[in-house]
Design a protein around this ligand. Structure first.
Ligand SMILES: [Zn+2]
Length: 421
């Protein structure tokens, strides 16, 4: 019965003049953490330039708010805004016990990730495809009891800068595609984020790191060629957020919550501050307005919102995990609790409208047009694009294929849009 059905589909495809794909197209999604949209402007990047000529470059893309690593990566995997996928922070926390877990430990808190939204690995596998992931945030978790079938979880205390390891990981992933016939892999590099934080986005160290990434881009494409994947593999490169310079050395009046008249940490039962430019507060019962009124308008570069007043465009309110008061600062400023304890020269986590928060986007492969530069789009739209190329039915998401389909080569060379029954 199935064979008759597929034979009919083949006939129908010929009747419509659409050639049947010889083999299914593959997708490799790569994130270079913190690669700002304009990082190729002050560095010689021959490999990124070649990739743009061979494929598609977006001027920039807009990440979801909150512009930090874990939540924005989960948006890439799900196509949902952060309030909708629920992985709202890099840190797992429990407001009852006051417990918090840092970024790496949070990778292993299953219920933080597995809270109703399925990442693309699971959806692809449920529809008969094979998926893998290397170091991508969310890889360590299971989702409704399922995991990516091939996975490499980032080791603890991993050296993000090691170019040799980058090459080994690249060859490992290309081997998965060739030898295990995977259809989709997500792959994560922790740079240039670390360098951008430590030295600032305008530093010579950041420019050197972009050169290293450019060499790696060349290596990735060569490796795809060596593994015989070029005519089937689509490579999408983007990032989770950008980076901006933090004002230091007494240049500005820093935001220190404990110094704000009328504000007291004793009115809070839980808080997440000292985490770059964003913060969330849970006031004790009856203290919400006191805390809010003390903070609102207290510093010209501090934004204070009750959860229900959050601007709709940020899509960061409608989730039980988001705390009742949300704070963020303007570019250049971070939010300190008791005293300044943050010494990064570069930071992210700001409003996603800020140009410095926008990541880069490149795509190359048989599904994409060549030598095409497109305007900006939101990163929620990358998920439906990937589902389209893979020929799978997406889960409910906040993206639209309409936002990206102009980047695709003619319909004949892709699998075609999934037609649901
Ligand atoms: Zn970072």
């Amino acid at each position: 019965m199935l064979r008759i059905l597929s034979f009919c589909l083949v006939l129908a495809s010929f009747a419509l003049g659409v050639p049947v794909a010889k083999s299914r197209q593959k997708v490799l999604l790569i994130s270079f953490d913190g690669f700002r949209w304009d990082y190729d402007r002050d560095v010689y990047t021959p490999n990124l330039d070649t990739m743009a000529r061979d494929g598609v470059k977006a001027r920039y893309v807009t990440p979801p708010y909150l512009t930090i690593t874990t939540p924005t990566h989960f948006t890439l995997l799900t196509g949902r805004y952060i309030e909708n996928h629920g992985v709202i922070h890099n840190m797992w926390f429990n407001v009852s016990t006051g417990e918090k877990k840092p970024y790496y430990q949070t990778q292993f808190v299953n219920e933080w990730w597995d809270n109703g939204t399925l990442p693309i690995w699971i959806t692809a596998q449920r529809q008969g495809l094979k998926a893998g992931s290397l170091h991508f945030p969310g890889t360590a978790s299971s989702y409704q009891g399922e995991v990516a079938m091939v996975r490499d979880v980032e080791p603890r205390f991993y050296n993000y800068k090691n170019e040799t390891a980058w090459r080994e990981n690249t060859d490992k992933v290309m081997g998965w595609f060739r030898d295990q016939d995977l259809d989709f892999v997500s792959m994560y590099f922790g740079e240039p984020d670390s360098t951008g934080h430590k030295y600032g986005p305008d530093s010579p160290q950041r420019r050197e790191m972009v050169k290293q990434i450019d060499r790696t881009v060349g290596y990735i494409r060569d490796s795809a060629e060596r593994h015989g994947l070029t005519d089937r593999l689509n490579i999408i490169m983007t990032a989770d957020h950008g980076m901006t310079t933090v004002y230091r050395n007494g240049l500005v009046e820093e935001i220190v919550l404990s110094k704000i008249p009328g504000f007291s940490f004793s009115d809070l039962s839980f808080h997440l501050v000292d985490f770059g430019p964003s913060g969330m507060l849970l006031p004790k019962p009856g203290k919400l307005d006191k805390v809010y009124n003390a903070l609102k308008g207290s510093h010209p570069h501090l934004h204070v919102y009750k959860k229900e007043e959050m601007p709709e465009r940020l899509h960061f309110a409608k989730n039980a995990r988001i705390l009742p008061i949300i704070l963020w600062s303007d570019p250049g400023y971070v939010i300190n609790g008791y005293l300044p304890v943050q010494f990064h020269k570069g930071e992210h986590g700001f409003d996603n409208q800020e140009m410095d928060m926008k990541p880069f986007f490149r795509a190359v492969g048989p599904a994409f047009q060549k030598n095409l530069e497109v305007g900006p789009f939101e990163t929620v739209n990358i998920y439906p694009l990937m589902c389209h190329i893979l020929g799978i039915k997406p889960e409910i998401n906040d993206g639209h294929l309409n936002a990206t389909k102009h980047m695709l080569a003619s319909a004949a060379t892709t699998q075609g849009e999934f037609i649901s029954g």
